[in-house]
Write a protein that binds this ligand. Structure first.
Ligand code: SAM
Length: 536
């Protein structure tokens, strides 16, 4: 087997949930999403067929109504509810595996109980690769830690394993581990992923300690997205950031230390934050940037993104292994001369390759383009970028130039408006997508356009219209460890870095000051001197 196999995913929900005391899959640790919906959101990335395996028709009815309420229509349309036909608390797990193998549409069947909270697509891809590259057909692939075989997540070969599992159950052997040990199974060393793979949320306390306590602002917006600036230093000096070069006061560039990074990332996890974006300055110039991605994955951030100019990312493999899910790459032109005019660098081709490599590596990729009328705002540049992006599985967003204290007089004449780009999109048959229909990781402040048959999307970000404030779910931390409640807020609030608990308490106390919206449209840029200090 060499090509990537098609996968049926089975989310096992039929357990008795005895220690939790209520249906585990319906438990809502953050108040807005049951565990079963989270599992579908998180794990379906690798699967062409998705089954949620339940124990009886009553549970099936409950799950059907819950999932239809909380998933978008396309997500819900992919899910099949399967009833596990043997109703016994003693062998729910192996029986769930058997039912999954019997009902799967594909030959490779991935089984994961809904409470295996730390499992990520990254881990699943490792199982799939091992399955696909095994010299002779395997019965299953699973992970092993230093002490033990892990029964889940496991990837089964239906043709080889189904009969054997049925025979074991008939002989009253119900252990998944034993079934793996007795089959032609391959055990991958879990290595640094051991703790997260082995973690089950069996009790309400365990689930709460994993997810944290959700944080709401005074306008009832739940905040779960941290934009985290590791450093103010950058290896470029883009014109929109610093139109007149470095000001005198900007000699010292703040940078977070390793302990500060650790305490802050853990503190925000205690507040139920699940998405992280590393930014800067340029995050990759920070020597601990890769370690920050690893730590974020270990402590349970579900989506880890980074905004970067891409110049220091010649090889993405270590980043993917560390847990990075999404890369936003700033690329203002494919033309080396125009790229140079904006950024001062001649490496446009290198950055273009990073984007293409990232898309190939399966990351969610967005390209950020800021247009300046006299440098890269010409029609030829815009069209070249659009046509390139539409052929790749990426989203290229044109971000309207925002005013800052340092680019004040420069911003208005140089700004190219989204409305100037719209005709170029309709000329290519692109139409606007509705926000609700977009995959969760593609929902953001941009208005996106796409066309049937083209993998790419084009987005327009118009910060002046402030259409995103009502959906704000984010907080920012600067490289000076200051909390920014709003991108264009007028002060950064110092955080107590004594411990993760102190950070969480401190943020909870300060959250009452988060404003309802910014007033950029009225020229109020708050205390933003340049985006290098906050990362956008
Ligand atoms: N160094 C990283 C990079 O190049 O992506 C991260 C920091 S950079 C400040 C983040 C993003 O902000 C970039 O995509 C950049 O194009 C954008 N940006 C900077 N100044 C801006 C401005 N005045 N208006 C709009 N976007 C801006």
């Amino acid at each position: 087997m060499t090509s990537t196999p098609r996968i049926s995913l089975a989310v096992l929900c039929g357990g008795r949930s005895a220690r939790l005391g209520s249906d585990k899959g319906l438990h809502q640790p953050l108040g807005d999403e049951p565990l079963v919906a989270r599992a579908v959101r998180l794990w379906t990335e690798v699967a062409s067929d998705v089954m949620v395996v339940v124990r009886d028709s009553a549970q099936e009815d409950l799950y059907k109504s819950t999932l239809s309420r909380v998933l978008t229509a396309p997500e819900f349309g992919r899910v099949r509810l399967i009833v596990d036909d043997v109703n016994s608390s003693t062998h729910a797990a192996l029986n769930g595996v058997r039912t999954a193998l019997r009902e799967a549409k594909e030959n490779a069947v991935l089984t994961i109980p809904v409470d295996q909270l730390g499992v990520r697509p990254l881990h699943l891809r490792k199982l799939v690769t091992a399955f696909a590259t095994a010299p002779s057909p395997l019965a299953a692939v699973s992970f092993r830690t230093a002490n033990d075989v892990l029964p889940f997540p496991s990837l089964w070969n239906r043709e080889v394993a189904e009969e054997r599992i049925a025979a074991l159950i008939d002989a009253s052997s119900f252990s998944v581990k034993a079934a793996l040990a007795e089959s032609r199974a391959l055990f991958l060393d879990a290595g640094e992923y051991a703790d997260e793979l082995a973690f089950n949320g069996n009790t309400a306390d365990e689930i709460k300690s994993y997810f944290g306590d959700p944080l709401f602002d005074p306008f009832d917006r739940r905040l779960h997205y941290l934009r985290f600036s590791l450093t103010e230093a950058c290896n470029l000096s883009c014109t929109y950031c610093l139109p007149d070069g470095f000001p005198e006061w900007y000699r010292h560039k703040a940078r977070l230390g390793q302990r500060e990074i650790d305490v802050l990332l853990r503190g925000f996890r205690q507040l139920g934050f699940r998405k992280l974006r590393l930014t800067g300055g340029e995050p990759t110039v920070h020597p601990k940037c890769l370690d920050a991605v690893k730590l974020a994955r270990r402590v349970g951030y579900e989506r880890i993104a980074m905004t970067t100019n891409g110049l220091l990312l010649p090889d993405l493999a270590p980043w993917v292994d560390a847990g990075l899910n999404q890369l936003n790459v700033s690329l203002d032109s494919l033309d080396p001369e125009k790229f140079h005019a904006v950024t001062g660098s001649r490496e446009a081709t290198k950055v273009r390759k990073v984007v293409e490599d990232a898309a190939r590596a399966g990351l969610t990729v967005k390209v950020n383009t800021v247009l300046l009328r006299t440098k890269n705002g010409d029609r030829e540049n815009i069209e070249q970028l659009i046509d390139w992006a539409l052929d790749l599985p990426i989203t290229l967003r044109f971000i309207e130039l925002m005013e800052t204290k340092l680019n004040g007089t420069f911003a208005a004449p140089e700004r190219v408006l989204g409305t100037e780009i719209e005709p170029l999109l309709s000329a290519r048959g692109l139409t606007q997508e509705s926000w609700d229909q977009r995959a969760p990781d593609l929902r953001g402040p941009s208005t996106d356009y796409s066309a049937a048959g083209r993998p790419g999307r084009i987005g327009l970000i118009n910060p002046m219209s402030c259409n995103f404030c009502s959906k704000c779910n984010r907080l920012r931390v600067t490289a000076k460890a200051g909390l920014k409640l709003c991108l264009f807020g007028d002060n950064d609030l110092p955080l107590d870095l004594e411990s993760p608990e102190a950070v969480a308490l401190n943020v909870r106390r300060l959250i009452g000051r988060k404003p309802e919206r910014h007033h950029l449209e009225a020229g109020d840029v708050g205390n933003v001197s340049t985006f290098r200090t906050i990362g956008g």
